[in-house]
Design a protein around this ligand. Sequence first.
Ligand code: NAD
Ligand code: UDP
Length: 319
Amino acid sequence: MPRAVVTGGAGFLGSHLAEALVGGGYEVVVVDDFSTGRRENLAGLADDPRCTVVEHDVSWGLPVSGPVDAVCHLASPASPPAYLARPLETLAVGSEGTRHALALAHAHGARFLLASTSEIYGDPLVHPQPEDYLGNVSSIGPRSVYDEAKRFAEAITMAYHRTFGLDTKIVRIFNTYGPRMAPGDGRVVTNFIEQALAGSPLTVYGDGTQTRSFCWVDDEVRGLVALLHSDWTGPMNIGNPAEFTVRELAELVREAAGVDVPITFAPLPQDDPTRRRPDITRAGAVLGWRPEVPLREGVERLVAWYRAGRPAPARLPDR
Ligand code: NAD
Ligand code: UDP
């Protein structure tokens, strides 16, 4: 049975990836410090001997013994409030954490998958964004702790590939949503749904004309698994190219939740990208991948998941 290490495996995407890998015949070792992730995200694997959990901060090393066939490095704060609250930890996990994950893969001759982000394109001057677009990123603004950490992570990943011939893959994930996003973690889809279900106004930042392209979690994870098993070594966008303004998303959430709450406007965060849409030509050509779940259907599914009683009270990330 192949054995995969998933850093950040107790988080939103990591827990879905861990389940997909176990379902695909892997034994999985989750390494997570539970800074934004939760044990309950792995409840579906709790009694499964094919999944073990190691509580550890990967910025300080990766204490995994035994064989390793794949390392999927997802550990990092991901929502803007989470990484803005933990700027130094975010830089550490993107740099030192990635180095430890690469060293583990190198020691075992394992495949390596880095969870990178559309944020490496910054506030893009090319639209939609293909993988060869180099980005428009502030190296000193508040978001730089995340953007530059991920850019460094990509650089060290390619350096391991060039230096040691490590089998590396870099997935540039565009805004992904679905069950198990941490309640109160501040990302827009869950903020709007939590507000709508509480009967509160939806907080649109800025005038709501900025755009994002939202991918349902199962589509995203299917792309991650396909990329892990491919021969591709560089970056690949995995995201849903259907682009919406934040204002359109607010309307859609109100309709999906069937509530008539007002929309209020709050200041736009500094360096908030004005638009974002993946060019997924490469993922289609190399992996035969494309997303299947439209935003309206995904939001309806997520509203139903919330109504089924899942979320705990909102909380902000601890520092
Ligand atoms: P998440 O916060 O739910 O998961 C991140 C996980 O990493 C959590 O379980 C957290 O406890 C863990 N973690 C953080 N720092 C750690 C450390 N130093 N050591 C060990 N574990 C640590 O976020 P997510 O949305 O699931 O994001 C997962 C990955 O995907 C991140 O690398 C993120 O940058 C990337 N990504 C996500 C999105 C998205 O839309 N969800 C978009 C782009 C990139
Ligand atoms: N946003 C918003 N209201 C919220 C949360 C976010 O209008 O309650 C906006 C945010 O300013 C950004 C977009 O929604 O323009 C996506 O934000 P998110 O934090 O989900 O992801 P990211 O900025 O990393 O794409």
